[in-house]
Write a protein that binds this ligand. Structure first.
Ligand code: HEM
Ligand code: SF4
Ligand code: SF4
Length: 687
């Protein structure tokens, strides 16, 4: 008796049990949605396609917004507020831009988490995984920069957070944070750069997206017509019902207390407001180091790839057209058979689904560990064994990711207590089943063949369910030959892993009346109701992420902010050499003084109400220590009037403070009073 080879189909994955728990949750949700709508309208079955549709909506609405938006740091906010006043004109386009971007991120996150739980990251899928993460990062960055462009209090937080992060790296001679100290000194050029980045990042995403799906044949890239209309109408309704707002205008001197933010994109401000630049970079690097190598450290083995038996290949190209991973090429023949070409598998792209075995009439391609011919013999044996019993047997060909995954099946007899009357054969994917295997079983005496595929839209290998349904219904080659067998004795059911009860019921139902047609699709009112429910749910989730209030961690105490970027005077610093230093030198090189040419560090002393609160020296920057000294100091002080004296020294004499200013200032809660110094203007106060 030939034993069951279908026990372990996918290569093992670390943490598989935990991943399967997550997968079950998704499958349960998928199954619930599928009760109301067909697969083309199930959002969970096409998360990547919805991400693309919403992304394109965001890009198009963004381009239209250019009609009203003013690309200047001084005009941007007013132009955005003016848009809001035309609720059903520019305001609607802006809201659509906001919510479509939010929905894109929401669906990308669902897409990534769902595929992760489905363990669809190892082997040849590593490229999709890595480029997917790059896409996620680019999408988020584009949204983050988009909020900068509104130049409201949220934009201010985004700018400060970005400055905080980038200033930790030694890339800017003048720290970015210094651009955001006072309104009068805002960096207009920087604002333009942010604007252009916001425009150009979608181009980079286009390239990443091309790489993302390059290993897939016929990717489900965009939603179909009805779903697209549904997505657009839902987004428009959310936009009309909850118009996108703007927070108060960005004012560099004011530190806002609380306002609503779009948590989809701006959640990181919670971190940038609380952590230092080093900690932020550590989080970014740790997240990258954890997520990027998942295809390698979680996947514990590569899939066993398909192989071609050249002598049996007659160049029909069916496998070449059916492979969902573009892993088969038709190449020049290496034997003397009279065919123009032969199939060849690219092991780097093949993920071992076995769908090609279901395409090939001559068993010329397939999985050596799940060989089509050996499995046909096994099925023969099982059918024969059933014929010896009182009742002829039904055959259940069960995909390992379907409701049949957990059936306890005797490896010898293929019987399972849950499906009495059936011989159960597990297959890698429903797409592996060649119609000839089904015909052969029926002609040999099986009463019926029940093909149990994974839930609608959830095929682990993308197209297995579709090909099987089309092949068994005669719509795709190789197809079940209705003139050879009674097609009503074959039923294909698509059941999620969670639908074990349904599997038992289906098996009973099929056994009771083999000729009955498949399950009826949901009625129109049921579809409409489910569709409306789903739109409301996703619309609400999208909107809710933008409505929650964010509280800044700032203590309300007023702050005195002092900043300069100033070169200390250059000069020679001479000292007498020590006896040790002299001893190391040959006598003719010994000098009375050792002199180094360097810049003086800049000293700053701050006195408030007669009390010195700070006295520090700032070393010159640059590799050679010959650059500017830079300071951004923030002092929390009680509200009310204060006599402030600030002294600054830039000469070679470390005790000399050759610039100074004095003023009585009145400090207000959550306000910054800023004092800037540079060599052109000396001290300038901004109150
Ligand atoms: C802008 C962001 C993204 C878009 C628009 C997008 C879109 C798509 C599309 C259209 C497909 C083809 C679906 C199919 O036909 O079966 C796909 C596949 C895939 N995506 Fe994404 N994706 C994005 C981000 C991500 C992320 C963040 C991840 C995970 C980190 C990811 C992982 C994958 C994987 C592994 C596949 C291949 C699935 C398979 O081979 O079975 N994607 N994506
Ligand atoms: S389906 Fe079979 S015969 Fe046809 S090209 Fe592929 S391997 Fe060759
Ligand atoms: S097993 Fe066959 S169909 Fe599946 S990826 Fe490999 S070559 Fe393509």
């Amino acid at each position: 008796m030939i034993r069951d080879d279908g026990e372990r189909i996918e290569p093992p994955v670390r943490g598989e049990r935990a991943l399967r728990v997550g997968n079950r949750l998704f499958q349960a949700l998928d199954a619930a949605i599928h009760r109301g709508v067909p697969v083309e309208l199930n959002p969970l079955a096409q998360t990547g396609a919805i991400a693309n549709t919403t992304l394109i909506t965001a890009i198009v609405s963004g381009i239209v917004l250019l009609l009203w938006y003013r690309t200047s740091v001084h005009l941007a906010y007013d132009s955005v507020v003016a848009m809001g006043q035309q609720r059903f004109g520019a305001g609607l386009v802006r809201s659509l831009h906001r919510y479509s971007s939010d929905a894109a991120l929401l669906f990308v996150l669902i897409h990534a988490v769902k595929l992760f739980f489905e363990r669809r990251f190892g082997g040849a899928r590593w490229l999709a995984w890595v480029t997917g993460l790059a896409l996620l990062a680019l999408l988020w960055l584009d949204g983050w920069l988009g909020y900068w462009l509104v130049w409201d209090q949220r934009g201010q937080l985004v700018a400060l957070g970005s400055g905080h992060l980038l200033d930790t790296l030694p890339i800017f001679a003048d720290p970015l944070s210094r651009s955001f100290l006072v309104d009068d000194r805002l960096n207009s050029l920087l604002f333009f750069v942010v604007f252009f980045l916001h425009m150009l990042l979608p181009l980079a995403m286009g390239i990443a997206l091309w790489l993302h799906i390059t290993r897939l044949s016929r990717p489900w890239f965009l939603t179909r017509r009805v779903m697209t209309a549904w997505v657009l109408v839902s987004l428009t309704v959310v936009s009309a019902a909850f118009p996108a707002d703007a927070a108060g205008p960005a004012k560099m001197a004011v530190r806002p207390e609380a306002f609503s933010i779009d948590w989809w994109y701006l959640a990181p401000v919670w971190l940038t407001d609380r952590l230092g630049g080093g900690a932020l970079w550590a989080i970014v690097l740790a997240a990258g180091a954890l997520l990027l190598p998942i295809p390698w450290y979680l996947a514990r083995g590569r899939a066993r790839v398909a192989e071609v038996v050249t002598a049996r290949c007659n160049a029909c190209e069916k496998c070449y057209h059916d492979c969902p991973y573009d892993a088969i090429q038709m190449v020049k023949r290496t034997d003397d058979k009279p065919f123009p070409a032969m199939a060849s598998v690219d092991p780097g792209k093949c993920i071992g689904c076995g769908i090609c075995a279901g395409s090939c009439d001559s068993a010329g391609i397939g999985l050596t560990w799940f060989d089509s011919i050996r499995q046909r013999h096994r099925i023969d044996e099982l059918v024969d064994q059933g014929l010896g019993a009182t009742e002829p047997v039904f055959l259940a060909l069960v995909c390992s990711e379907s409701a049949g995954a957990h059936l306890e099946v005797d490896a010898e007899t293929a019987r399972s207590a849950e499906l009495p009357g059936y011989a159960v054969v597990r297959v890698p994917c429903a797409g592996w089943i060649h119609p000839l295997s089904v015909e052969r079983a029926l002609r040999r005496g099986a009463r019926g063949v029940l093909i149990v595929a994974s839930g609608p839209g959830s095929c682990m290998y993308r197209e297995g369910n579709r090909w099987t349904a089309e092949r068994m219904s005669g719509k795709r080659e190789p197809s079940l030959r209705a003139d050879k067998v009674d097609a009503s004795r074959v039923r294909v059911v698509e059941l999620f892993r969670t639908q074990r009860g349904r599997l038992v019921a289906e098996a009973k139902d099929f056994a009771a009346q083999v000729a009955r047609a498949g399950a009826r699709p949901p009625s129109l009112p049921a579809r409409l109701l489910t569709g409306l429910g789903l739109s409301a749910l996703f619309g609400l989730v999208t909107w809710a992420g933008t409505a929650a209030v964010y509280r800044t961690p700032d203590d309300p105490a007023p702050k005195l902010v002092i900043s300069f970027k100033h070169p200390g005077k250059a000069g020679e610093n001479c000292r007498e050499p020590s006896a040790e230093e002299l001893a190391k030198l040959p006598p003719h090189m010994r000098q009375k003084q050792i002199c180094e040419r360097r810049r003086a560090s800049v000293r700053l002393r701050v006195t408030v109400d007669g009390e010195q609160i700070s006295s520090r020296a700032y070393e010159p920057r640059g590799i050679w220590g010959d650059g500017n000294s830079i300071a951004i100091e923030r002092f929390s002080l009680p509200a009310g009037p204060h006599a402030v004296k600030v002294e600054l020294g830039d000469t070679m004499n470390p005790d000399e403070l050759n610039h100074s200013t004095q003023r009585t200032i009145t400090l207000k809660e959550r306000h910054n009073t800023v004092l800037l110094f540079d060599k052109m203007t000396d001290f300038v106060w901004f109150e």
